[in-house]
Design a protein around this ligand. Structure first.
Ligand code: SAH
Length: 198
């Protein structure tokens, strides 16, 4: 599949215009392994080394739509891997700030190199299973690896009305933080690499 075909398929699936534009602006081929380059725009997950994968574009678009990103927000991605989703986030939030936390040093380092021209992205190497307190609270938190249960520590690091999108077991969970009772929605039927808590 060519990039234009992938974009067309995202359009057919009725994702919001601005999300599709972000996919148009970012080259997925920059983030996949050399030997996988020809598959860059297939709507499938691909290896990024170290036993990890870059998610399927459809799944990323689905999560980004749920995240309801607006400009000028402070956003954290836990498990930022290759950096692909970070660059998509920076297109949706050009005047905001994006933090990515990745536990595998090699991936964190190579994503830093690939994103060095994106001034509003900062990659941190470390365990993000409990978030990244130093810069909290966040407007939005996205987790790209699956936890066993809803990560309460991450919800604590959101502002009121902030949104967490996180895979939990085989579902994508969306939590909208509230003063009293958080609003939680669940979308089953997804697969992610596991979130490793240290
Ligand atoms: N969004 C990424 C997806 C990478 S896969 C991309 O676009 O490439 C998920 C990543 O989560 C893996 O790189 C894995 O190393 C990382 N991960 C798993 N547990 C983690 C943890 N506790 N803290 C930080 N990163 C973690």
């Amino acid at each position: 599949m060519k990039k234009e075909e992938l974009i067309k398929s995202l359009k057919n699936q009725k994702f919001p215009e601005r999300i599709i534009r972000a996919f148009e602006e970012v080259n997925r081929s920059k983030f996949v392994l050399k030997r996988e380059k020809r598959f860059s725009y297939e709507d499938i997950a691909l290896p990024i080394g170290e036993g990890q994968t870059i998610s399927q574009p459809y799944t990323i678009a689905f999560m980004l739509a749920l995240l309801e990103v607006k400009d000028k927000q402070k956003i954290l991605e836990v498990g930022s891997g290759s950096g692909y989703v970070l660059e998509l986030l920076s297109k949706l939030n050009p005047n905001g700030k994006i933090f990515g936390i990745e536990r595998i040093k090699k991936l964190a380092e190579s994503s830093k190199e690939k994103l060095k021209n994106c001034k509003n992205i900062k990659v941190i190497c470390g365990d993000g299973s409990k978030g990244f307190k130093r810069n909290a609270p966040y407007d939005r938190i996205l987790t790209s690896a699956a936890a066993n249960k809803i990560p309460q520590k991450l919800i604590e690091q959101l502002i009121i009305w902030g949104i967490l999108v996180a895979p939990v077991m085989g579902s994508i969970i969306v939590v909208k933080k509230d003063r009293k009772k958080n609003k939680v929605r669940e979308f089953p039927g997804f697969r992610f690499v596991p979130l490793i808590a240290e």
